[in-house]
Structure formats: C-alpha cells, structure tokens
Design a protein around this ligand. Structure first.
Ligand code: OKP
Ligand code: ZN
Length: 343
C-alpha cells in the first residue's frame, strides 16, 4: 500500500491544558515518526511526499473565512508582541448574543474553535496544510487506479468542523479528501471513523448532505470527549437525513462489543454503495491508550482491516488519533496489513 507522508508535520508541536496545568500535548511529532518507522519495518510499500495543493482545495469542507483565519492567526497573534502559542480562551456559547466574527485575534481564536486543544504556533499552518495535502494526494492516487492508500496525516483532522478547530485538529483531512472526491465527480463517498473519539467535525461538515455518508464508532459522548456530539440520535438533516450514523459504545468496550458495531457499520456502508471509502483511522481504541477508554488489543487491528477490506471499495486511510506512542505504529499498520490480507 502506498503511504503519503511529509516531514513538515514537525513544524507543529503544541501544548495542552491537562488537569489544570499546561503540558506538552499528547499529539506530538513522535507519533507520526513511530508510524512511519513501522510502515518501513513491515515493508508496507512506497512512501511518497504529498503534492502541494492550492488552498482552494480546502474550501467546500471548510469556509473561506475559516481558512483565512488559520492562514493568518499566527501573524496576527505574534504582531501583538506575543511569542507563546496562540490559544483561545473565550467562546460564543448559547445565550451570548453576538454571532459576528470579532476583529481582534483573541476573539477570532474563540470564534473559530470548540476548545483550547488546538494551539497555533509559527509552523502550524504549514504543518496543517501538509497534513491535508497528504489526504488529497491519497485520494488522487485512488482516482488514478490504486485500490488503497494511507495518508499518514499529522496533525489529525476529525474534530475540525466547517468553521472550527479543536481536539488537536485544524483542517479536517478526511473531509477535505471526501470533498475532493465529490469535486472530481463521485456521487457517493462514505467516511468510516474508527478513532476512539467521535468525529464531530466530519459530522458537522456533511450533516445535511446526501453525497457523503458518515459512520462513526466511538466512546459514548455522555462520558467521553467531545461530549457535545456523537449521540445515536444525531442522524443527519434534510438531504442528509439518515446518512449520519453514530455508534457510541460504553467505556471499557473490548473486541466483542467493538466488532459487533464494526459489522453494523460495514452493513450500513455496503447498503450506501459508495464509490470511495475514507477511513478516519484512529488507534486510540487501544487498551493502553493514555487518554481513551476502549480495550482493543494489537491483533484486533488486523481484524478491523480485514472487515474494511470485505467492502471491496477503493479505500483511503487517513491517520487520526492514537497516543500510546510505543504501540501506535504497530496498531495502525496492523489495520493496513489486515486490509491487504497479509496477516
Ligand atoms: C483527538 B483525536 C481527555 C482529554 C481530551 C482532547 C482529545 C482530542 C482527541 N482526558 N482532550 O480524536 O484522537
Ligand atoms: Zn481520538
């Protein structure tokens, strides 16, 4: 399987607020490097750098004004004399009367975010672009006849909505890829999100659309991040009614419960008969993950890949979360090996 990877991801490295303290983010550069090392070690296939796409390729999944914000936030922040990372601290929650975009960067950061989990530093925008470009290059590899590809994206994307960042995500790489596919003429694209956390951003982007089916298996948002999306009764609206399928599972779920949900997801996707499948591949469902609560084990990831392969649809895997740095390479590549029928 072809892997698309850019060293530009290293330009982004951030902090997060954890238990009331600022600490290095769990979403760190070593993550991508561990996965790349495993791709090489297992001889998964060629590794190529992404093509550079125009910023207009991100519009559609995102709004132009949000992309403009991402492109200029660091300059606006550093122009105030600050040298620390830019983090939001105020949000337009329900009840506040103004829905206008503020003119000052502190206000813009809150206006275009769902949480303080996506810091911006001098290299963030270039890293974010390289991540989305990996996904776009992967879709174009499918368009040129490949059955599957692996976009080794970092930073991840699935919490980023049409107009907001959050949860370590800025551009929604999977959504940008799906949109590119639609722009290229596809009538139906499915996105399967197997990250532990609900892909609220992807849901947001396609909620009212018939051309993209979104299916997500994740920790129950009643007790898991992102809390404010991911319930089973969120099923899409308008043309998208019935085409948003959330499969929340209890904390502590292991392979038995997980595989049942995965089979249900597979049936739902098969019924939709997509031309292309995009998999938001998070491996934070692992029993050792430091911030998540499922109990999958390393061989289970082979089974995930096999199950996805049975759909027999051209498939782009887009890397999302997974934070147990020692194991994420093994688990992510296991999905890909399982897909290829090599294990
Ligand atoms: C990104 B991805 C839990 C804190 C959660 C944000 C998690 C973002 C996960 N103690 N903080 O979906 O893996
Ligand atoms: Zn996650």
């Amino acid at each position: 399987m072809l892997t698309i990877y850019s060293t530009d991801h290293r330009l982004h490295h951030g902090v997060e607020l954890k238990d009331g303290k600022i600490a290095p983010s769990f979403e760190k550069p070593e993550r991508a490097e561990t996965i790349l090392a495993r791709v090489h070690a297992m001889g998964l296939g060629n590794v190529v750098s992404p093509t550079v796409y125009d910023v207009s390729s991100y519009v559609g999944a995102h709004s132009q004004r949000y992309i403009d914000f991402l492109a200029t936030a660091w300059d606006e922040w550093s122009a105030t004399g600050k040298t620390t990372q830019a983090l939001p601290l105020v949000w337009p929650v329900r009840g506040l009367p103004s829905i206008a975009e503020p003119m000052f960067v502190d206000g813009k950061l809150g206006f275009y975010s769902m949480d303080a989990g996506s810091p911006i530093n001098a290299g963030t925008w270039d890293a974010v672009r390289s991540s989305a470009n990996c996904a776009l290059t992967g879709i174009d590899a499918l368009a040129s006849g490949k059955h599957a590809a692996f976009a080794l994206c970092r930073p991840p994307g699935h919490h980023a909505g049409r107009e907001y960042m959050g949860g370590y995500c800025y551009l929604n790489n999977a959504a940008v890829a799906a949109q590119h596919c639609i722009d290229g003429g596809a009538k139906r694209v499915a996105i399967l999100d197997v990250d532990f956390h609900h892909g609220n951003g992807t849901q947001d982007i396609f909620y009212d659309r018939a051309d993209v089916l979104f299916v997500s298996i994740h920790g129950d948002p009643a007790v898991c991040y992102p809390y404010f999306a991911g319930h089973a009764d969120e099923q899409g609206v308008g043309l998208g009614a019935g085409l948003n399928v959330n499969l929340p599972l209890a904390k502590g779920t292991s392979w038995d419960g997980y595989s049942e949900a995965l089979h249900h997801a597979g049936k739902t996707i098969a019924r939709y008969a997509p031309e292309v499948l995009v998999v938001s591949l998070g491996v934070d469902t692992f029993e050792g993950d430091p911030i998540s609560h499922f109990r999958l084990r390393t061989p289970d990831y082979l089974r995930i890949g096999e199950t996805i392969a049975r759909l027999e649809v051209p498939t782009l895997f887009v890397m999302e979360g997974g934070y147990m740095v020692d194991e994420i390479g093994i688990n992510a590549v296991n999905v890909l090996l399982g897909f290829e029928g090599e294990a």
